[in-house]
Design a protein around this ligand. Structure first.
Ligand code: 13P
Length: 259
C-alpha cells in the first residue's frame, strides 16, 4: 500500500502570481526529485483546483479539495458539490477538518453526509479526527476517536470503507508546534483499527489508510509517521514550501525502500 503525503494548502496563495510561483517552484523541485513511490496529494483552495489539475498530470501527484457540500446541485448559494470538484480533476477531498468543525460548526452528522456524497461520486474522503487539548487532559482521546469514527461512518457500507482514508489530527497539534509521541500516535492507530475491525471485519479494516496530521515537518516525520507505522501524513504549513514538503516525501520514500 503506497503511502499518502497530503498537502493542505488551506486559505493561502492569494494571487494568481503567488499561485504560479508556487506551481513553478513545486514543478522544479519535483523534476530534481529521485524516484517517488509515495502518492502526493495537493489540496489547494477551490479557485486553484483547475490550474493545479492541469499542471499535475503525472501518476503519483493527485489533487484534492478542502471541502464539499453534501448535495449534488441546485439552490445552495456559495456551495460546491463533490461532482463539481471531481469533474475538475480532483480525486480526494479533506473532510471533518478541525478548522471546519470549529469555525463552521460542522457536526458529525454534516461530516457523515459529506463523506457519503464524496463516496457516491468516487472521490476519496480524507476524514480528519482528533481530540482537543481538554479532552486529552481528561484522558478521553480514545473515546472521542471512536465516537468520531462512528459518526463519520454511519450508513457507509463495507463496499466503500476501503476508499475512506482517516487522518488522526489532534486539534492541539494543528498549527502549533506541539506533536504527540510516536507511542501516543500508535495507540490511536490501534484504536482506529480496532473500531474498524468491529464494524467491518479484519480484512476490510486492514486496507484502510490512517495518516497523521498536525505540525508535521521533515524533522519530526520519523516520529509521527515512521515510528507509529502510519500510512502517510497530512501537512499544513510545510506544504506551502515545496522544498520542505518534498523533504518529507523523501524521508517517507526512504522508509518504504527499506521495508
Ligand atoms: P499544520 O501542519 O500547519 O499544523 O496543519 C496541519 C493541518 O491542519 C493539516 O490539515
Amino acid at each position: 500500500m503506497s503511502k499518502l503525503i497530503v498537502g493542505n494548502l488551506k486559505m493561502n496563495l492569494l494571487t494568481i502570481a503567488e499561485r504560479d510561483r508556487y506551481l513553478e517552484s513545486f514543478e522544479r523541485e519535483l523534476k530534481n526529485f529521485p524516484e517517488n513511490k509515495a502518492k502526493i496529494i495537493l489540496c489547494p483552495p477551490f479557485v486553484h483546483l483547475e490550474k493545479f489539475s492541469e499542471k499535475f498530470k503525472m501518476e503519483n501527484v493527485s489533487i484534492g479539495a478542502q471541502n464539499i457540500f453534501w448535495e449534488e446541485r441546485g439552490s445552495f448559494t456559495g456551495e460546491i458539490s463533490s461532482l463539481m470538484v471531481k469533474n475538475i480533476g480532483c480525486k480526494y477531498v479533506i473532510l471533518g477538518h478541525s478548522e471546519r468543525r470549529k469555525y463552521f460548526s460542522e457536526s458529525g452528522e454534516i461530516i457523515n453526509a459529506k463523506i457519503k456524497a464524496a463516496l457516491q461520486d468516487n472521490l476519496t474522503p480524507i476524514v480528519c479526527i482528533g481530540e482537543s487539548q481538554a479532552e486529552r487532559n481528561d484522558g478521553d482521546t480514545a473515546e472521542i476517536i471512536v465516537a468520531q469514527i462512528n459518526q463519520s461512518l454511519k450508513d457507509v457500507p463495507i463496499s466503500k470503507i476501503t476508499e475512506v482514508v482517516f487522518a488522526y489530527e489532534p486539534v492541539w497539534a494543528v498549527g502549533s508546534d506541539a506533536i504527540p509521541t510516536g507511542n501516543d500516535i500508535l495507540e490511536v492507530r490501534i484504536t482506529i483499527k480496532k473500531t474498524l475491525v468491529e464494524k467491518y471485519g479484519a480484512s476490510a479494516a486492514e486496507k484502510v489508510r490512517i495518516l497523521y496530521g498536525g505540525s508535521v515537518n521533515s524533522k519530526n516525520v520519523a516520529q509521527v509517521c515512521v515510528e507509529p507505522q502510519m500510512d502517510g501524513v497530512l501537512v499544513g504549513r510545510e506544504s506551502l514550501i515545496p522544498n520542505e514538503f518534498l523533504k518529507i516525501v523523501e524521508i517517507i520514500n526512504a522508509i518504504r525502500n527499506n521495508e
